[in-house]
Design a protein around this ligand. Structure first.
Ligand SMILES: NC(=O)c1ccc[n+]([C@@H]2O[C@H](COP(=O)([O-])OP(=O)(O)OC[C@H]3O[C@@H](n4cnc5c(N)ncnc54)[C@H](OP(=O)(O)O)[C@@H]3O)[C@@H](O)[C@H]2O)c1
Length: 344
């Protein structure tokens, strides 16, 4: 343990890396120390643009850099497993963008590799680092709305540029892995378990990626949930959580809202005219909070990580696998109950 900030390396001159680097810039605990691109000229230009002091002309060179303590992976989804595993093989802990992988088998392989090499690997969902989410977890655990009965979780954007990685079948595109991983993660966080079975339907693009997917999730506890995600809508992101004693509404925000404070709406009681109580919570840049939580975890232990646990990440991937299978077959898909999270 040192007082020096965590020296983070970034793989790929990704759009999200630009926002991540800007978000983390004010930190005294994390410093983005180098960026890497497959193209050395692009790496240099990206480093100059983002104010990062050093750059590498290949991902491999960044992983071999002894002055990098840990790695942030904002690559296309199809490359998360490969490069996260290569990073842990170099002894570098990994903060990997969501979705953690293309499927649960890849996610398991990533965690196994991290364990084998004795370093941490976690999935990046900035909203999990927000006070708003901590408050949501606290309210659910305290029974503020009684026993949770239903969750509706939705995230949609417009993504129509055919050159965007989100629409590429080869790079792990599709609304489900992109926006759906967020909506499904919120359900997993609130439910505290993976579903026992799911049923889904989707609209697919000509190249096979899903453009809009909706799913019904059943849980062993009796809880029922609905997930919807899309690349064909105006931006929307919200969840409605209902319980035997009340209701919570959240936009599970990644970053502070552009207008007004971050608000969690809580209705306590079951009366038709019970009012929503707006719970205002502080919000900061999600990348900054997430990166500092990652640094604290590496310095002080796993309890300092506010993001998804290994069990949560694997359950999210297993649920996405089941939803994708159901959307293609039209059949209910059962999730095995010998899942790692249930064994843990
Ligand atoms: N947490 C969030 O809020 C959030 C938001 C947006 C995206 N994301 C996630 O972040 C990841 C990146 O998304 P993005 O929109 O930032 O992607 P992007 O702008 O397309 O960047 C992806 C980067 O990957 C590298 N790359 C390596 N092989 C590639 C290939 N075959 N094709 C294209 N790029 C390749 C490229 O870097 P070089 O050319 O420099 O090597 C490229 O700049 C995705 O996993 C996405 O789900 C998360």
């Amino acid at each position: 343990m040192t007082d020096r900030p965590l020296r983070l390396g970034v793989l790929g001159a990704a759009n999200i890396a630009r926002n991540f680097i800007a978000g983390v810039a004010p930190s005294t605990r994390v410093a983005v120390a180098a960026v890497a691109s497959r193209d050395p000229a692009k790496a240099e230009a990206f480093a100059r643009e983002t104010g990062v002091p050093r750059f590498h002309g290949s991902y491999e060179a960044l992983l071999a850099d002894p002055e990098i303590d840990a790695v942030y992976v904002p690559l296309p989804n199809s490359l998360h497993a490969e490069w996260a595993i290569r990073a842990v093989e170099h002894g570098k802990p990994v903060l990997c963008e969501k979705p953690l992988a293309l499927n649960a088998a890849e996610a398991q392989a990533m965690f196994s590799a991290a364990r084998r090499h004795g370093v941490a690997l976690v999935e990046a969902f900035p909203y999990l680092a927000q006070v708003q989410t901590a408050k949501l977890r606290e309210l659910i655990a305290a029974g503020a709305i009684g026993k949770v009965r239903t969750i509706q979780s939705a995230f949609g954007i417009t993504s129509a540029d055919p050159a965007n990685i989100r629409l590429s079948p080869v790079l792990g595109g599709g609304a489900l892995l992109d926006a759906g991983s967020y909506a499904t993660s919120l359900i997993r966080i609130v439910a505290g378990a993976r579903p026992s079975r799911v049923h889904a339907t989707a609209r697919f693009a000509g190249n096979g990626v899903d453009l809009t997917t909706v799913a019904t999730l059943e849980f062993a506890s009796g809880l029922l949930a609905q997930m919807s995600c899309s690349f064909e809508t105006g931006y929307h992101r919200h969840a409605l959580i209902t319980g035997t004693g009340g209701v919570i509404e959240t936009n599970f925000l990644n970053h502070p809202p552009r207008s007004g404070p971050a608000v969690l709406q809580v209705k306590r009681g079951i009366a038709f005219d019970a009012a929503f109580e707006p719970l205002e919570v502080p919000a900061g840049n999600g990348f900054l909070r997430e990166a500092e939580s990652f640094a604290d975890m590496l310095a002080h232990g796993p309890d300092r990580w506010t993001g998804a646990s290994e069990a949560e990440s694997i359950d999210i991937m297993a649920t996405l696998d089941a939803i994708a299978t159901s959307a293609r077959s039209g059949q209910w898909v059962e999730l095995a109950d010998d899942a790692p999270s249930l064994r843990a």
